[in-house]
Ligand binder design. Structure first.
Ligand code: HEC
Length: 333
């Protein structure tokens, strides 16, 4: 390994060490691993990737063309933001991050004349050479690219039921405290009384993942799943939230298309997974009528459920919504 390469490798490792705390922070808030383990695994994976790239390129002498490196990096970035990063980010943020990554990868490929040459050479060959492979890939490209554009155009023209984009505050600042059934609930400190583990104690946010996918209808059900079941009864029975929010909690219930804005899609990372449980409690208990001025012009059809449900039923349906979607609520910490 030449001196220069040693230096680059060293820089990469140093950058990783600097990035590790950020990753640890990003990995916090639940998941099968604790934040520490999570960042450890992730850093390990990145080091492994760099090591194997070095092994393949410098030791085995197999060069990875820039034209392959670039999309590979892009896909890795996408997997990172879409699957690994917790809590999940909404699409608008994903688009922004991927935009930045695209620019960075483009810079990486074009930073020197030689790297740009390496990146663009295969494209130029494909466009102008006259031998068989170049011709084949030329024809394939000229079929695939217009095909993709046609597909995209078709998809865009297709009528959709989604609500039109409107500039409004989707999650306005909640009040400090609310009165539900003559009891004061302070949103900063309140806890969901049904978030309880097998030992009957409060279940830390994230620890409920052990119950995800569990069957709440079998005989000897853990306490937590009993609450999930009762919350499900509220969702599908007592309250009938599913008429609006849908059987799959995706906001596509039979009534949903009559409303603007349409009912929240809990399966989307932009709703309950961004919110504290107490924020959701406020929204379910008080509905559209209690939305602050900030949320104007918000003609929300969300009913104030305190008029029909007990406080306990509201907390239970919240447990059910998180369990069903597999999301964790935000925490204050
Ligand atoms: C009449 C239709 C309707 C019914 C029934 C209904 N909702 Fe809603 N809900 C809405 C609409 C519309 C919105 C979006 C506007 C808003 O946030 O106020 C909404 C928003 C919400 C939100 C806010 C999500 C966010 O990201 O801010 C929560 C939580 C919620 N509903 C829970 C429930 C629960 C739990 C039930 C059953 C107890 C229920 N809803 C029943 C129409 C309904």
């Amino acid at each position: 390994m030449s001196m220069f390469k040693k230096k680059t490798l060293l820089t990469q490792v140093l950058v990783l060490i600097l990035v590790a705390p950020v990753l640890a922070w990003a990995g916090g808030g639940g998941g099968p691993f604790s934040a520490g383990t999570f960042s450890f695994i992730k850093v390990g994976l990145v080091i492994f990737a760099i090591f194997s790239a070095w092994l393949i390129k410098d030791k085995m002498g197999i060069p990875l063309p820039k034209l392959i490196q670039a999309p590979l990096l892009w896909v890795l970035c996408y997997i990172n933001f879409r699957v690994i990063l917790q809590p999940p980010i909404p699409f608008s943020l994903l688009a922004m991050y991927m935009g930045v990554c695209t620019v960075a990868i483009f810079l990486y490929c074009s930073i020197t004349a030689s790297s740009w040459e390496e990146f663009s050479h295969p494209i130029a060959v494909m466009l102008r050479e006259d031998h068989g492979t170049a011709k084949m890939s030329r024809y394939a490209t000229f079929l695939i690219v217009p095909g993709l554009i046609a597909f995209q155009t078709y998809n865009q023209m297709l009528p959709k039921f989604g609500e039109p984009i409107e500039l409004r505050t989707v999650h306005p600042a909640p009040p400090a405290s609310i009165n539900v059934h003559k009891k004061l609930v302070t949103l900063q400190t309140a806890e969901n009384p049904f978030r309880i583990g097998d030992d009957g104690n409060y279940l830390k946010v994230g620890d409920e993942s052990q119950y995800f996918g569990g069957n709440s209808w079998t005989g000897d059900v853990p306490k937590f799943l009993q609450q999930v079941r009762e919350g499900g009864v509220v969702f599908f029975g007592t309250a009938g939230c599913f008429y609006c929010h849908g059987d799959n909690l995706d906001g596509k219930g039979p009534f949903s298309f009559a409303f603007n804005p349409i009912p929240a899609n809990f399966a989307d990372p932009g709703t309950i997974s961004q919110l504290q449980e107490t924020f959701v409690f406020w929204r379910v208990a008080k509905g559209g009528p209690d939305l602050s001025r900030e949320a104007f012009p918000w003609a929300s059809a969300m009913p104030p459920w305190e008029k029909h449900l007990t406080t306990n039923e509201i907390w239970k349906v919240i447990i059910f919504e998180y369990w069903h979607t597999g999301f964790f609520p935000r925490t204050w910490g």
